[in-house]
Design a protein around this ligand. Structure first.
Ligand code: F6R
Length: 601
């Protein structure tokens, strides 16, 4: 949700900051801009729309070694050039990721002090506030520190001032920010991909930290302007994870990585023995009730986990979206564990739900992909998913890695709670070994799913139905399809359709029916026949061979233990959604109105 990057060093700054923005464009693409200092003056170039529009306006050869850049996901004010960052007042230019909650009152105070504003943004208010205090004390550090104390909300800021062309300043509260050192200069950035071309070493700022970055030095201050030391971290993933490697889209590349992601996640926590599960998940054994809280696709993994943990471990699980959970009454007891699931680890609602649980004295576990992210750092326990960097806005491989972690947790809890017996556990172990090959086979079978996509992509709405776990899978199949193709899609519990929604079914309406639960398959088939009788174009997904032809298309998936089956269920639906979106000429990696990391409420 907005990406910021800053560079100061010995190289020309514009190409470096622009390439950083390219790696962060997944965070927002409503507008983009760069501010740089040349001849002791701040220059700003910005443009509406995707980064490519900015590229045409930039002078990549400009004589500057210091610049900050921004790619925007609009919050305050429409996506136009005036509201694009950087915002500048007096000698300051600012790029901002986050939301200033009290910007109206600050703005009114500044207006009373003679300031005039051009944009609708909260960020311009920050720039004005800096200008106001700087006129008073002429010290940049003190000015930023004073302003920081007045700002309420979330912010990661990159700041330059024409009085100091040898430094970039950074400030962080509740929005992610890293600082990195390379041979040819130093960086600030919202996320690691922005720096990977130059260095894999970085530091994480804590909330209320501030930094002064010059070409040779990085100085970090706490809120009282005491200098603080930060650990230098090393990004160990591949640089290539942030590149398309010949695939047309990041989404397709990431779908294709899912067999490896499954293997990496499994190998991190499981060596084929129950002892490895005890070692990695032993801390879970005393919890008697679990709440799983997340947003979007990550929430869907929670819905799946609820079914798995309840069915196979006999532990009651309550699953809720974080934006509701954070404000509602929650019924904890002393044995409750709250699990937060998040790819980015920076999702504002998930972070707020975590903080609420902690302040209520409840233990928390993060299942997170981004190492060192806020959710990971603030939780009592953390299990990292091993998906690597995920760039496509629509999650695929991170989703599968979250399901993989939940499979392991279910196995462990099921075994210690004596629901899963040794024989069954060994069969699951065998299935785990088979999974990478089965995942790859499904991915290689893409043409079969593409052929179905070619038949349905012109429809205005597409339904998903299923019961129990299959309903949970329907939720994700439906979200994947609608978010990238803009085709209206609803997931329904198969038995519930006839209580209203079935009136939307007309001749040729695609209905994707998932049936992997052996005990419920006949019930689901009855529901499928109900929609078929009303003209639906039925796409049936299952490993259970149909006895009669009640469908138009059959997506046959391999059968494994239900604890693992959900992974094999979603892959054909990811590829189907991808092809539907491609046929509709949608911008697959950057769907309209979306951004990858949702750091606002
Ligand atoms: C959908 C998607 C989103 C995210 C959601 C949570 O494809 O990616 O629904 O799952 O915004 O994001 P994280 O996992 O970063 O907390």
């Amino acid at each position: 949700m907005c990406g910021i990057v800053g560079y100061i060093g010995t190289s020309k700054a514009i190409p470096i900051v622009y390439s950083g923005l390219e790696s962060l464009e997944y965070r927002g693409y409503d507008s983009a801009g760069i501010a740089y200092i040349s001849n002791k003056t701040v220059h700003i170039v910005k443009e509406k729309g995707k980064l490519i529009n900015l590229k045409e306006k930039l002078d990549f050869d400009a004589n500057t070694n210091v610049a900050i850049g921004h790619t925007r996901w609009a919050t305050h004010g429409v996506a136009n050039k005036i509201n694009a960052h950087p915002h500048s007042v007096g000698k300051f230019a600012v790029v901002h990721n986050g939301i200033i909650e009290n910007y109206i009152s600050l703005k009114n105070d500044l207006i009373n002090n003679g300031y005039k504003f051009k944009s609708d943004t909260d960020t311009e208010v920050i720039a004005a506030l800096l200008d106001y205090y700087y006129k008073e004390n002429k010290n940049i550090l003190t000015t930023i520190n004073k302003a920081a104390k007045l700002l309420k909300g979330s912010f990661a800021l990159g700041i330059i001032c024409s009085d100091d062309h040898d430094a970039i300043y950074a400030l962080k509260n509740s929005s992610p920010l890293i600082i990195a050192k390379s041979k040819s200069g130093n960086f600030l950035a919202s996320d690691v991909p922005a720096i990977l071309k130059y260095t894999n070493k970085y530091m994480l700022l804590d909330d209320t930290d501030m930094a002064k970055i010059t070409k040779d030095t990085i100085t970090i201050y706490d809120a009282n302007l005491n200098i603080v030391n930060k650990e230098t971290l090393t990004f160990t993933g591949s640089k290539n994870t942030a590149e398309k490697n010949g695939y047309e889209h990041f989404m397709l590349k990431e779908i294709n990585e899912q067999d490896k992601v499954f293997t990496n996640t499994i190998n991190t926590y499981f060596d084929g023995t129950i002892d490895s599960l005890k070692k990695n998940f032993g801390f879970l054994k005393d919890f008697k009730k679990i709440d799983i809280v997340a947003c979007g696709s990550a929430y869907h993994t929670g819905v799946i986990a609820k079914h798995l943990i309840e069915d196979y471990a006999n532990i009651p699980v309550y699953t809720e979206v974080a934006s509701e959970y954070r404000y509602q009454k929650n019924f904890y007891d002393k044995d409750t564990l709250v699990i937060l699931v998040s790819q980015s680890g920076e999702t504002a609602d998930t972070l707020a739900a975590l903080r609420k649980a902690k302040s209520d004295g409840v233990k928390t576990l993060a299942i997170v992909n981004v190492v060192g992210s806020s959710v990971a750092r603030e939780s009592d326990y953390c299990i990292y998913t091993k998906a690597g960097i995920e760039v496509s806005v629509a999650t695929t491989k991170a989703y599968v890695s979250q399901l993989t972690v939940f499979s392991l947790i279910t196995m462990y809890l099921g075994y210690i709670n004596k629901v899963i017996k040794k024989d069954e556990l060994e069969n699951i172990f065998k299935d785990i070994k088979k999974m990478p090959k089965l995942i790859k086979e499904e991915i290689n079978n893409y043409q079969a799913y593409y052929a179905i996509a070619d038949k349905i992509y012109k429809n205005k709405q597409i339904f998903f139905i299923g019961r129990g776990l299959d309903y949970a899978n329907s939720l994700e199949g439906s979200l994947k399809l609608k978010e990238i193709s803009y085709i209206n899609s609803v997931a329904y519990q198969a038995g519930e359709l006839k209580h209203g929604t079935i009136s939307l079914i007309e001749e040729n309406t695609p209905v994707i029916a998932i049936a992997t639960n052996k005990s419920l398959v006949d019930k689901t088939i009855s529901n499928i026949k109900e929609v078929k009788a009303r003209g639906a174009y039925v796409i049936y997904e299952s490993f259970i061979e149909p006895v009669d032809k009640f469908y138009n298309e059959f997506i046959k998936i391999p059968e494994v233990h239900p604890i693992l089956e959900n992974i094999l269920t979603i892959i054909p639906l990811q590829l189907l959604a991808y092809k539907v979106a491609k046929n509709n000429n949608c911008d697959i990696d950057k769907p309209r109105n979306l951004a990858k990391s949702v750091t606002v409420e």
